[in-house]
Ligand binder design. Structure first.
Ligand code: NAI
Length: 291
């Protein structure tokens, strides 16, 4: 698979590393307005060749023509949050950046999968969908896959790995209105305890940013999980950002992911979870209006 990553900053470069470690591509392109940065990251990664037994191309550039005929393009470019900011604070600036990037990409790619990571990610996925003219099943975003991994990781520390891997999810907006889904879990853990630890998921990203300036290991790994589903055509159900026709928006919702793209799945939510879902829908309808 040829994979291109636009944005060679913290998240883009860590994603590139995760993809190579997991052996998920045979050609990798990093594009960034900061051409030297992209070149430097690519060079550093090329020095891993022997260790990974990887002989495919690894290119870093500011020239979009290098992305020609990519199977999948991951967009991690744009402004990142600083302490005190919500993801929605990045909306205006990153919509402009996303539009200009997609316009460039579509000159060299007419049948690719676009995967948005930049925040606010659901708004970015919608922008990429509108701007690219690609069908909705070919455009998706990281959604609440990262939040789901954060939730399960915190659960692993506090209530044990078995419960953590027994079917907990985060769905909705990748932002302030995201909500936990515990109704699918096979493990029996008191709901109060679970709801308490969810607080740390909502604040998880900004806490890392406050301490080290950016968050990239967990994002990079969760992006690699989505890429793996595509590369291996697993048809796994993942909580990515998908277009829900009936609401006309992109939102974090379980979807079947494979080589051909994404298809929203179905999950029966409890009445409380349903309320959370409706709240996120309202937030995202407002945020995606007029793009
Ligand atoms: P960063 O600042 O380290 O990297 C961003 C890169 O984008 C920079 O290298 C910059 O030169 C590049 N860039 C800016 N405008 C560009 C353009 N027009 N064309 C090409 N490249 C351009 O930021 P970081 O930490 O890597 O975060 C990137 C984005 O990902 C942010 O919007 C952040 O909020 C988001 N993010 C999303 C997550 C999610 O779960 N969806 C998780 C973590 C970060």
């Amino acid at each position: 698979m040829k994979i291109s990553i636009v944005g060679a900053g913290h998240v883009g470069s860590t994603t590139a590393y995760a993809l190579l470690l997991k052996g998920l591509c045979d050609e990798l392109v990093l594009v960034d307005v900061a051409g030297d940065l992209a070149e430097g990251e690519a060079l550093d990664l090329r020095h891993c060749r022997a260790g990974l037994n990887f002989s495919g191309e690894i290119i870093g550039t500011d020239d979009y023509s290098a992305t020609r005929d990519s199977d999948m393009i991951i967009i991690t470019a744009g402004m990142a949050r600083r302490p005190g900011m919500t993801r929605m604070d990045l909306r205006e600036k990153n919509i402009e950046i996303m539009k200009s990037i997609v316009e460039e990409l579509m000159k060299y790619n007419d049948d690719t999968l676009l995967f948005a990571v930049s925040n606010p990610v659901d708004v970015m996925a919608y922008t990429a969908y509108k701007e690219s003219g690609l069908p909705a099943h070919k455009v998706f975003g990281l959604g609440t896959l990262l939040d789901t991994m954060r939730l399960r990781s915190i659960m692993a520390e506090r209530v044990g790995m078995e419960a953590a891997l027994s079917g907990a999810y985060v769905l909705g907006e990748h932002g302030e209105s995201m909500f936990p889904v515990f109704s699918q879990m096979s493990a029996d853990v008191p709901l109060d305890e679970l709801n308490d630890l969810f607080e740390d998921v909502v604040k998880g990203g900004i806490k890392v940013i406050e301490k080290k300036g950016a968050t990239f290991y967990a994002p990079g790994l969760s992006i690699a999980d989505a890429v793996e589903a595509v590369a291996k055509d697993t048809q796994d159900v993942l909580p990515v950002s998908v277009f829900l026709e009936e609401h006309g928006i992109y939102i974090g919702y379980p979807a079947v992911v494979g080589r051909g793209g994404v298809k929203p799945s179905k999950m029966t939510l409890s009445p409380e979870e349903d309320e959370g879902f409706n709240r996120s829908i309202e937030v995202l309808k407002k945020a995606q209006r007029g793009i």
